[in-house]
Ligand binder design. Structure first.
Ligand code: UTP
Length: 475
């Protein structure tokens, strides 16, 4: 443990000694905690990070010869790129039956836009039942286990800010029927929050540096540091099914995607992705591109407008493949990256409102963004891998993110999507669903993953023949 003096000298040499301004006023234990926290920060990198990302807003270097990434169309019979759906499914089911696939949820984000008190995974998302996101995923895990007759381990990345609350939520809910031994939660790393303009690290309290989780890209290192990769090795896991905590529509385990990932690139791909067709050139999702035979995701704000707007002769967008942040990552690839001392995903800069303690010890709640937050994005690992496939999925089947309290990508829009999807599945199974004049279902519906994760899994014998207008039905 460094003394206050040695740490003070180190901090002074990088212009950050204000972090110890209140150290003398703290009780010994609080002072020791502050010194330990500062010591755990990447101090050697701070001057360079401040120069590159805080004082400047780096321009994204658009790669040469950027083209739209090739992908497997959702319709496997499409003449554009036909593929063997049955073979992919069989391969995926084989891997699942051999117990080689685990689920991985990234749940370390701060969820500031939603403004929900507590970890986002506790948010009541079920359209009818109000089931929390974590409960819906747990049912997805159980559904996969029933089909494969194997345990599907579930890894959840939290952050130091929500780790204990997440653990307590699972304990209070008896792990939603799962065996606690199959659920592993671990916190991701953090980065200090920097004051815009000055580049000074902010204090959240007199004895605490303000930090933010280091982005979903922090998951690769966190998987290694936490021991999760070792645990996967011990259990014989080969592929990680990665998804975000805010998307209750996701198929947490998709045999077809797993099979295609494991064989669609000739040999097994290292990191694969699902894609959804963008609604238009301006939709705010990352876009799958290719340059020098490397697949990559380019953030919507970094894709030059003329490319985003380019169209084929039939009018379809060229750069159409949007990212719903659903991936498969091979355990070997994650271990290779995390074990490489030179491995580091790039940082992305975001301007945020971060409350802080000013030089007089007063708490300031900024009215506008005052800080720069640095995050890594998991999709930046894709260009580092040897093989990668992209599989199209239908937005209406698998992408209903809850980002905002209301409006676009909100709890409300997600509930409407759950109902719309259930209505389509039920109608395909012969159930009469009431619809309003505008075509939307005149009812609220929710289908648990335990009932079905695709229309084919619905058991017609257990379905009603018709649904009453205005009904609320959870199946
Ligand atoms: P978002 O980009 O939506 O960020 O995360 P967020 O922090 O949850 O929400 P806002 O921007 O503050 O409103 C996408 C996914 O990545 C996870 C989130 O939990 C979510 O599942 N994530 C994000 C992490 O696990 N760690 C992070 O540091 C950031």
């Amino acid at each position: 443990m460094p003394t206050t003096d040695t740490l003070h000298a180190r901090l002074a040499s990088i212009g950050q000694d204000h972090l110890l301004r209140f150290a003398g006023t703290l009780k010994p234990a609080a002072r020791a905690a502050l010194l330990a926290q500062i010591e755990s920060l990447p101090l050697a990198q701070v001057p360079d990070l401040v120069e590159r990302y805080v004082r400047h807003s780096p321009e994204f270097p658009v790669p040469d010869r950027l083209g739209p990434a090739p992908y497997f169309p959702v319709d496997s019979a499409s003449p554009r790129r036909p593929w063997d759906h049955l073979e992919a499914r069989a391969r995926g089911e084989e891997l699942l039956g051999a117990g080689k696939v685990a689920c991985f949820t990234v749940a370390g984000g701060q969820g500031t836009r939603l403004g929900f008190e507590g970890p986002k995974g506790c948010f009541p998302a079920g359209a009818v039942t109000g089931k929390p996101l974590f409960a819906i995923f747990a049912e997805g895990v159980q559904a996969a286990e029933r089909r494969s007759r194997r345990t599907v381990p579930w890894y959840i990345m939290t952050s130091p800010l929500n780790h204990e609350a997440t653990k307590a939520f699972f304990a209070a809910n008896h792990y939603f029927g799962l065996d606690p031994a199959q659920v592993m939660m671990f916190p991701q790393g953090v980065m200090p929050s920097f004051e815009m303009g000055t580049g000074r690290m902010l204090l959240a309290a007199p004895g605490e540096v303000a930090t933010n989780p280091d982005g979903h890209g922090g998951s690769i290192s966190a998987l290694a540091v936490s021991g999760a990769l070792d645990d996967m090795h011990a259990r014989g896991i080969e592929h990680i099914s990665y998804f975000q905590v805010d998307n209750p529509l996701v198929r947490v385990i998709d045999p077809v995607f797993i099979g295609l990932h494991a064989s669609g690139a000739g040999t097994s791909a290292e990191m694969s992705s699902k894609m959804i067709a963008k609604t238009g050139p301006g939709e705010k999702v990352g876009v799958f591109c290719i340059s020098d035979a490397r697949i990559m995701v380019i953030e919507y704000s970094d894709l030059p407008r003329h490319l985003a707007e380019e169209r084929w002769e039939d009018g379809a967008l060229k750069f159409i493949a949007g990212s719903p942040a659903i991936h498969l990552i091979s355990v070997r690839f994650a271990a290779k990256l995390a074990g490489d001392p030179a491995f580091a995903l790039p940082f992305h800069r975001a301007e945020k409102k971060v409350p802080y303690i000013d030089d007089h010890g007063r708490l300031v709640e900024p009215a506008k963004p005052n800080a720069v937050k640095l995050e890594r994005f998991v999709f930046d690992a894709i260009p580092l891998c040897r093989g990668s496939i992209v599989l199209e999925t239908r937005r209406e089947d698998e992408f209903g993110p809850i980002k905002n309290a209301t409006g676009v990508d909100s709890a409300e829009s997600c509930r409407a999507m759950q109902t719309a999807r259930a209505a389509r599945w039920l109608e395909a199974a012969g159930v009469r669903v009431p619809r309003r004049a505008d075509g939307t279902p005149d009812c609220t519906l929710e289908i648990s993953p335990l009932t079905a994760t695709s229309p084919e899994e619905l058991d017609q014998a257990r379905l009603p023949r018709a649904i009453e207008p205005g009904a609320k039905l959870a199946l």
